[in-house]
Design a protein around this ligand. Structure first.
Ligand code: C2E
Ligand code: MG
Ligand code: MG
Length: 677
């Protein structure tokens, strides 16, 4: 019988023999149960610390590694586990001092490192006070340890790519930065963000996006090699740390190599995918001496790389931090502006080219900043979009514009600019509907201006959005046409009522030396075919009006008829110019352009025509035929303007009976003088 059982059996002096036997048997049953069914095992030593009992399974394990158990000193069988170094006192200490201990992590001697246990024990003191040894139990930690190790590994690695995760990178940066002497060691930190990854995820689905991320991380690892540590911070953001790197040329080279490797095409599930990436770089110690500052600064450099056309790497510069601070200030100010009534809407007239009447207004946001004066929307709308304020701002604009519209006489319309972020929100149509119902206006009097970026979102979702808005009955206008993606294929299916031709085309259209008029003409032709109206934006000068009219634009919006004005001024404007809006802009758009009315001849493909020169500059002419005239454009021509002198040139645009001609050789000032006198 094991001496341990002596401990387990009640030590009653005068116990009847049967009771005593029952007690022994019960104790043995319980011990067997505990040893077989629980991870727990038992041990016992004599007064000298030699093992007198050890659960057989543990005995077997240890002996299979050549460790003798029964009869050996407990402290020779088990060694203290180094990973439990917080424990101040050794096992031997307790054994010698005869004090109890619990939860000691131990391993078997002789390199039995794959097994680890936790043991507890207490001295076995007889009723007479004599010390007989130690009794105790043990528990298997091996499984628990493996599990813990796995959890630790998972907590430090990114589960998708297996790269280091954010915490591990932070830890690595902190370790690399700090030398034992306390001074900051140099490192280079590269923050990398994929361009167009969201589009891949949205169009081809997340599983494809995941495969792409894995391939991207592999490519980065291949380029970086053992020059640094690569981690994924989440989403499509990666981080690379180059220890002790100070050579900018080497960093430039690496960054460029990463960009070029990532930009090569991927083939995933039968799709060929191309993406790009931008990189922001910070250097320690000059840009920061802790992980947080370095990552923030790399982020600012990354932002700048993205803003400057992407597929580039930028180093952090102090100026970026200043800009970010100003932006943050603007963001804070904007938040309070929204609640303090510093925002208002101004209304710019839109005039029909045919009737010259004001058919409506575009609502433009204005911010009266208490210190900085008026701030234009081009400055603060992007801030609102980035700070997540645009929805609230957009809701306010929509509600205010609809309310103001309800006070304007029908059929005058109001157009409201809608940010792509608003357009992407599925609840946007419901908001529009509420606003219209609240203001009690006819839906077709409200026009929503969208930019071409709305086509970038998922095709199906944007189609649903278009349909929902069309069902409400509001009008849709495509704003700033020509500045974005200008994909004509999209236009075919989108239910726009109007295309607004961007000012950049209108400006200078009158100059026959550029192709703007030809572009406007092309847009108008397209819009006519699709049964859409056209507004020429940003018409400033009176002499541009005939051209815009001739090019066929149905509406004009610009300083030539008026700048954006307060709601009250807009209603005065309407009542004052009920029949016709007078052009108030400057008369001519360019001082070096002369308006002339001089007859001339033009030879096109051996045919000779009489024309009138309407205006001219040194490099070009606008000529008018006596009737609508058709040419392809781009034809070589010769023009006779002075006596019998024929000047060669090329047709660059055509609109109705007018054409623009670029002259091969610039006219001399005195020739211009003679022609325009
Ligand atoms: P946009 O929608 O293209 O508005 C036309 C802009 O051109 C306005 O600038 C207007 O003042 C200006 N403009 C009109 N005629 C002329 C002209 O003859 N010459 C010149 N030089 N400029 C002219 P603004 O008000 O500064 O607005 C800039 C942009 O800000 C708008 O461009 C629009 O995209 C955005 N925006 C304005 N209000 C809102 C709004 O409530 N919500 C959103 N999301 N964006 C808005
Ligand atoms: Mg607009
Ligand atoms: Mg516009």
């Amino acid at each position: 019988m094991s001496p341990l059982l002596n401990r387990l059996v009640p030590q009653k002096k005068r116990m009847p023999a049967d009771d005593l036997r029952d007690a022994w048997e019960r104790a043995e049953r319980l011990l067997q149960y505990a040893e077989h069914h629980e991870a727990r095992w038992f041990w016992e030593t004599d007064a000298k610390g030699r093992l007198t009992y050890l659960t057989p399974s543990v005995q077997e394990t240890l002996e299979s590694f050549g460790i003798s158990t029964i009869g050996s000193l407990l402290s020779d069988v088990f060694v203290f586990d180094q990973s439990d170094i917080e424990r101040a006192r050794s096992l031997t200490f307790h054994l010698v001092s005869r004090t109890p201990f619990s939860g000691y992590a131990v391993r078997g001697r002789k390199g039995l490192s794959e097994c680890s246990w936790s043991i507890s024990g207490q001295p076995w003191i007889e009723s007479d006070g004599g010390f007989r040894g130690f009794v105790g139990s043990g528990e298997d930690l091996t499984q628990l340890r493996t599990h813990e190790d796995e959890i630790k590994r998972m907590a430090l690695a990114d589960s998708l790519t297996g790269l280091a995760n954010r915490q591990r990178m932070e830890h690595a940066i902190a370790q690399l930065l700090h030398s034992p002497s306390g001074e900051c060691r140099p490192i280079a930190l590269l923050l990398l963000d994929l361009d167009r990854f969201k589009a891949v995820n949205d169009t081809l689905g997340h599983p494809t996006g995941d495969i792409l991320l894995k391939q991207v991380s592999q490519r980065i690892v291949n380029v970086v090699g053992d020059a640094g540590i690569v981690g994924r911070l989440g989403g499509d953001e990666f981080e690379i740390v180059l220890p002790s790197e100070t050579d900018r040329r080497r960093i430039d080279y690496l960054a460029a190599a990463i960009i070029s490797s990532i930009s090569e095409a991927y083939s995933i599930n039968g799709h060929t995918i191309t993406i790009g990436c931008s990189i922001g770089i910070t250097l320690a110690p000059e840009d920061g001496v802790d992980s947080e500052t370095l990552v923030r600064n790399a982020d600012l450099a990354l932002y700048s790389a993205k803003a400057n056309g992407r597929a580039a790497f930028h180093y952090f510069e102090q100026e970026m931090l200043e800009t970010a601070k100003r932006r943050k200030q603007l963001e804070d100010d904007l938040r309070s502006a929204m609640t303090n009534g510093q925002l208002c809407l101004a209304y710019q007239p839109v005039v029909s080219t045919k009737s010259e009447q004001c058919v409506g207004f575009e609502a433009l946001l204005r911010w009266e900043h208490p210190l900085k004066g008026t701030i234009g929307p081009a400055e603060f709308i992007p801030v609102a979009e980035e700070a997540g304020l645009i929805e609230a701002l957009g809701d306010w604009v929509l509600r205010t514009a609809a309310r103001d519209l309800s006070e304007m006489p029908a059929p005058v319309r109001v157009a409201v600019n809608v940010s792509p972020i608003q357009f992407a929100n599925p609840s946007f149509p419901a908001k529009v509907m509420n606003v219209i119902a609240e203001a009690q206006v006819v839906p077709s009097r409200l026009e929503l201006e969208l930019t071409e970026s709305v086509f970038l979102s998922d095709e199906e979702t944007s189609e649903q959005m278009f349909n929902a808005l069309k069902n409400i009955g509001v009008r849709l206008a495509l704003d700033d046409f020509g500045t974005g993606y200008s994909s004509l294929a999209y236009l075919k299916n989108a239910p726009f009522d109007k295309i607004k031709i961007d000012q950049t085309f209108v400006r200078g259209a009158i100059d026959s030396a550029n192709r703007n008029a030809a572009i406007i003409k092309a847009i108008v032709t397209l819009a006519d075919t699709l049964d859409m109206e056209t507004t020429a934006e940003g018409v400033e000068h009176q002499d541009e009006l005939p051209l815009i009219r001739d090019l066929g634009c149905s509406h004009i919006q610009g300083f030539v008829y008026g700048k954006a004005m307060k709601k009250e001024e807009a209603s005065v404007f309407l009542s004052q110019h009920r029949d016709r809006v007078p052009a108030i802009g400057y008369k001519v758009s360019r001082s070096d352009r002369a308006a002339v009315l001089q007859s001339a001849k033009i030879r096109i493909d051996k045919r000779l025509f009489d024309v009138v020169i309407r205006d001219l500059s040194a490099s070009g002419l606008m000529l008018e035929f006596d009737q609508e005239f058709y040419v392809e454009g781009n034809e070589d021509v010769t023009v006779s303007m002075l006596e019998d002198q024929w000047i060669p040139g090329k047709i660059c645009w055509r609109a109705g009976s007018k054409i623009g001609v670029n002259l091969d050789q610039a006219l001399e000032p005195q020739e211009i003088g003679r022609l325009s006198s």
